[in-house]
Design a protein around this ligand. Structure first.
Ligand code: BG6
Length: 525
């Protein structure tokens, strides 16, 4: 991971799929935030590429609208606190500088449209445009191509970029290629995609994005573990009883029914986002924060996760699909009634796995992971549950049960860390109650405006691949879930829908914890 003071190289960012959702919701706001923090190079340009024919002026007009709609401002609470004149002046001057920033970005944004399947026209237009832009803005030929397209176009677009001579690194200039998830739909397709790309470009030119690694709290896992001396000595099988990782969403599939119905919760979240959380929680300290040492340690965890046999899948994996229900007092439809979802769909919207990491540090410490749509509360967290203290000292007291200690890393929406422990309840008799020590990002560092993509785009511009997935890691992720995909395909679920929207998932997911004498911790502060 690089020092954040490094200036990004002058470059052009080419976005394939520039009229899509990701560009407007994430990429443009992230570029704007980077510009605001002065992290973009002064010689910089953006080229949007899309299927739609559109002039650069029309694209700039769209971009202005998107920036107005999707750039986050500080929350109302923060605004309410700043009614003072001085604050108002500051805000007015910020507004002026924001307008200047938008103008700066627009001046260096271009568009070219056409058919992605056409070998010649679009890509030779792009090449010509890049030539003009680099001359106008005095940018060396450093390009990064961002594939914000449907995944089935990744290889095809890359091949055309390369065929038109745009992929070759010459005279000290770089060419990088960024791929959004999903990277493949299973192990075979991920391997095939890697092979295709690696025939065209080099691994060091490839940046496979997992947006979870752009989250501050996710990056903080390593700083928390390895930048402090008090946690690491207890971060192992001698002290930890189990780990539970939850990524719970209250949203349904929104407008993405088409994609989601062929993917499902397992593919959508586990080989990528959730396994990132597992590896960062479980990995050994790397020898440095450079890309390969960090990724080598993550890869070792992926290799140490025990492959499931078909019998294991029946024991260690749970799937669910939501029926209708209520979330936050509002009735919501069943998954099968969502737009672009098959009426008899057997796609899971909830998945839970019990993973075993077979290495010296974690042998016999289960890692329970779960994710689902339309669950009770939106929260993503990592719970490190420690072993119980021996009870004998308290036999003669009013204490019946000792509080189990846990460290909770809150990833979202609240960002912070909680230490949960027992304390004496004041009074003449010895009694114990659970208490929490809380660290909250907002209280300490104030509100940060971020889409989660800023860091990743910046890292791509400085050539730091630490937070990106290597080919072997993507394949290892798929290898872990492949037996589950296969068994679930061979034995379609008969009980779907098996959880109500607004609940914590299917009863089976609770049962597979209670069978081990444990329970999911749902009520996190
Ligand atoms: C995406 C999944 O990768 O991550 C979505 O495709 C999911 O289904 C999203 O909703 C969750 O991201 P976040 O940042 O909101 O936790």
């Amino acid at each position: 991971m690089a020092e954040t003071t490094k200036t990004a190289d002058p470059c052009v960012m080419v976005i394939f799929g520039a009229t899509g959702d990701l560009t407007k919701r994430k990429l443009l706001p992230a570029l704007y935030n980077l510009a605001r923090q002065d992290f973009l190079p002064h010689s910089f340009a953006i080229v949007g590429v899309g299927r739609q024919e559109m002039t650069t002026e029309a694209f700039r007009a769209q971009m202005t609208q998107h920036l107005e709609e999707f750039v986050q401002t500080l929350s109302a609470g923060t605004q309410a606190a700043s009614l003072q004149k001085k604050e108002k002046d500051k805000r007015a001057s910020r507004q002026r500088s924001d307008d200047r920033l938008i103008k700066w970005l627009l001046e260096r944004t271009y568009y070219t449209g056409g058919d992605f399947d056409d070998d010649k026209k679009l890509f030779s237009d792009l090449k010509e445009l890049l030539g003009e832009i680099t001359a106008t803005h005095q940018i060396p030929d450093n390009y990064f191509f961002y594939m914000a397209t449907p995944p089935d176009l990744f290889a095809n677009v890359t091949q055309k970029v390369v065929k038109n001579g745009l992929g070759k690194e010459e005279n000290g200039n770089w060419r990088r290629f960024v791929y959004e998830k999903p990277f493949g739909t299973d192990l075979t397709s991920a391997e095939a995609l890697n092979q295709k790309l690696l025939r065209l470009i080099k691994e060091r030119q490839i940046y496979r994005i997992d947006h979870y690694l752009g989250k501050e709290t996710v990056q903080n896992i390593l700083v928390f573990r390895f930048g402090n001396s008090i946690f690491e000595p207890i971060w192992n099988r001698n002290f930890v009883d189990h780990v539970q990782i939850t990524v719970a969403e209250t949203l349904g599939v929104e407008q993405r029914g088409g994609y989601y119905d062929s993917a499902g919760a397992l593919r959508d979240m586990i080989p990528n986002h959730i396994l990132q959380l597992v590896t960062l929680t479980a990995m050994e300290p790397p020898v440095s924060f450079d890309a390969d040492p960090v990724r080598d340690e993550q890869a070792k965890i992926l290799q140490a996760i025990q492959p499931f046999s078909p019998e294991d899948v029946l024991q260690c994996a749970v799937r669910g699909q939501y029926g209708e229900g209520e979330i936050g007092g509002t009735a919501v439809p069943a998954y099968r009634d969502e737009e672009r979802v098959a009426p008899a769909s057997n796609t899971e919207t909830f998945a839970a796995l019990n993973l075993s990491i077979d290495n010296w540090r974690w042998a016999d410490v289960p890692f329970y992971v779960r994710t689902g749509k339309r669950l009770s509360t939106r929260h993503s967290s990592i719970v490190i549950q420690f072993k119980k203290a021996p009870f004998m000292l308290f036999r003669e007291t009013g204490i019946e049960r000792l509080t189990t200690n846990r460290i909770v890393i809150h990833i979202q929406p609240d960002e912070g860390i909680t230490l949960h422990f027992g304390a004496k309840i004041p009074g003449p008799v010895v009694n114990m109650g659970p208490v929490d020590m809380d660290f909250n990002y907002l209280d300490h560092f104030g509100e940060q405006v971020s889409t989660g993509y800023e860091r990743l785009l910046y890292d791509c511009m400085i050539g730091d691949a630490t937070l990106f997935q290597r080919a072997d890691m993507v394949e290892a992720g798929w290898r872990i879930v492949q037996p589950v995909i296969d068994v679930w395909k061979a034995l379609p679920a008969r009980d779907f829908p098996n959880y109500a929207a607004g609940s914590w998932g299917p009863a089976e997911a609770d049962a597979f914890m209670t069978a081990d004498g444990r329970r999911w911790i749902n009520e996190l502060k």
